[in-house]
Design a protein around this ligand. Structure first.
Ligand code: NDP
Ligand code: GUE
Length: 285
C-alpha cells in the first residue's frame, strides 16, 4: 500500500500563510487582485476557474473576469491583456491556456506585464525558472509539484527523477526545478524509446503527458514516489482521472498523489500565493 499524498493539507498550509499576508496588505490599503483572461468557455478552463474562485475567496483576493468570445481576434485579445497591465488595482494576470486554434499565443503572452505574470507565460519569468532565480514566478502547476514533494518530505538531493512531458508549462519547468533541488533528471516525451524503463529506474516520477493511464504497472517500481499531474475526463466512467493507472500502480509504489485531490488542489493555492507576492512587490514589501 502506497502512502497517499493528498493535496488538501499542502494547500491548507499555503492558504493559511497567504490569507495572513493578504489581510496585512488589506490593512495597509492594498487589496490583492487577480485578473483571469479567458477566451471561450472550454471545460478545462471553467473547472480551473471554479477552483480559483473558491481559493481567492478563502484568501481575501479580489477576482476580475476578463472574458472574450470564441471568435475574438488576436489584436482584441492583446489589447484586453494590455488594459489589465495598465490597471494599477490589478496585481496578477492569468491567461487561460492553451488558447483556441487560430489565436497568436506568443503575442498574447508577450502582452502580459512581466510583474503581473503569475503563471510564467512571459520570457522573463521562464528565464527566472531556467536560471533558478526568484524573478517573476514559476508556473503554478510546476510549483505545486515541488510543494507536494516538499510537504511530504521527499528527498531530492542526489535522487534520480523522471519527468514525463516536456511542455513549457509543466514538463520543462518541473525538470529545471527538480534539477535545482539537486536531483538527476531525465525528461521523457512522445519520442522516448522506452518510457517504462526510464520510469522504473527513477526514485521520483512526475507524470504530465495528458494521456490517461500512460503510466501503468510496467512503469512502476517498489518504493517509488509518483506525482500525477494529468487531468483527463474519462467519458466512460464519467469522472476526472490522471495520467497514472492508479489501480495498477498504487499497490506497487511507495507514495502517490490521487486525481482529483492531488496536485490540482495545490495549483490554485500556488496561484493565490503568487498574486499576494506580486501585490507585496508592487508596494515594495
Ligand atoms: N494539475 C494541474 O493543476 C494541471 C494539470 N494539467 C494537465 O497536465 C497534463 C499535461 O499538460 P501539458 O503539459 O499542458 O500538456 P501538453 O500536451 O502541452 O504536453 C504533453 C507532453 O507529454 C508528452 N507526451 C505525450 N504523449 C506521450 C507519450 N506517449 N509518452 C511520453 N510522453 C508523451 C508530449 O511529448 P511531445 O513534446 O513529444 O509532444 C508533451 O511533451 C494534461 O493532462 C493537463 O490537463 C494542466 C495544467 C494544470
Ligand atoms: N495558464 C493556465 N494555467 C493552468 O494551470 C491552466 C490553464 N491555463 N488552463 C486550464 C488548465 C486546467 N487546470 C486545472 C487546474 C486545477 C484543477 C483543479 O482544481 N482540480 C481539482 C478538482 C476540481 C474539481 O473539483 O472539479 C483537483 O485536481 O483536485 C482543474 C484544472 C489548470 N489549467
Amino acid at each position: 500500500m502506497a502512502r497517499l499524498m493528498r493535496g488538501a493539507p499542502v494547500a491548507k498550509a499555503l492558504v493559511e500563510e497567504v490569507a495572513g499576508r493578504a489581510s496585512a496588505l488589506a490593512s495597509a490599503g492594498v487589496v490583492p487582485k487577480l485578473a483571469v483572461v479567458r477566451v471561450g468557455a472550454r471545460e478545462a478552463d471553467l473547472s480551473y476557474e471554479r477552483g480559483i474562485e473558491k481559493r481567492c475567496a478563502a484568501c481575501g483576493i479580489e477576482l476580475e473576469h476578463v472574458l472574450l468570445g470564441d471568435r475574438c481576434t488576436s489584436a482584441e485579445l492583446v489589447s484586453a491583456i494590455e488594459r489589465v497591465g495598465e490597471d494599477a488595482t490589478v496585481h496578477g494576470c492569468l491567461l487561460m491556456r492553451p488558447l483556441p486554434e487560430g489565436l497568436d499565443e506568443a503575442a498574447a503572452c508577450a502582452a502580459i506585464a512581466p510583474e503581473k505574470d503569475v503563471d510564467c507565460a512571459t520570457a522573463a519569468s521562464l528565464l527566472g525558472v531556467f536560471e533558478g532565480r526568484a524573478v517573476g514566478f514559476p508556473p503554478c502547476t510546476a510549483e505545486a509539484v515541488m510543494q507536494v514533494l516538499r510537504h511530504y518530505g521527499v528527498a531530492l538531493a542526489g535522487a534520480d527523477a523522471c519527468v514525463v512531458g516536456r511542455s513549457l508549462v509543466i514538463g520543462r519547468p518541473v525538470s529545471m526545478m527538480l534539477m535545482g533541488a539537486d536531483a538527476t533528471v531525465t525528461t521523457c516525451h512522445s519520442r522516448t524509446r522506452d518510457l517504462a524503463a526510464h520510469c522504473r529506474a527513477a526514485d521520483v516520477v512526475v507524470v504530465a503527458a495528458g494521456h490517461a493511464g500512460i503510466f501503468d504497472a510496467s512503469c512502476a517500481a517498489p518504493g517509488q514516489v509518483v506525482v500525477d499531474v494529468g487531468i483527463n475526463w474519462d467519458e466512460e466512467a464519467g469522472r476526472l482521472v490522471g495520467d497514472v493507472d492508479f489501480g495498477a500502480v498504487e499497490p506497487v509504489v511507495g507514495a502517490i498523489t490521487p486525481v482529483p485531490g492531488g496536485v490540482g488542489a495545490v495549483t490554485t493555492a500556488c496561484l493565490a500565493m503568487h498574486v499576494v507576492e506580486a501585490a507585496e512587490r508592487s508596494v515594495g514589501r
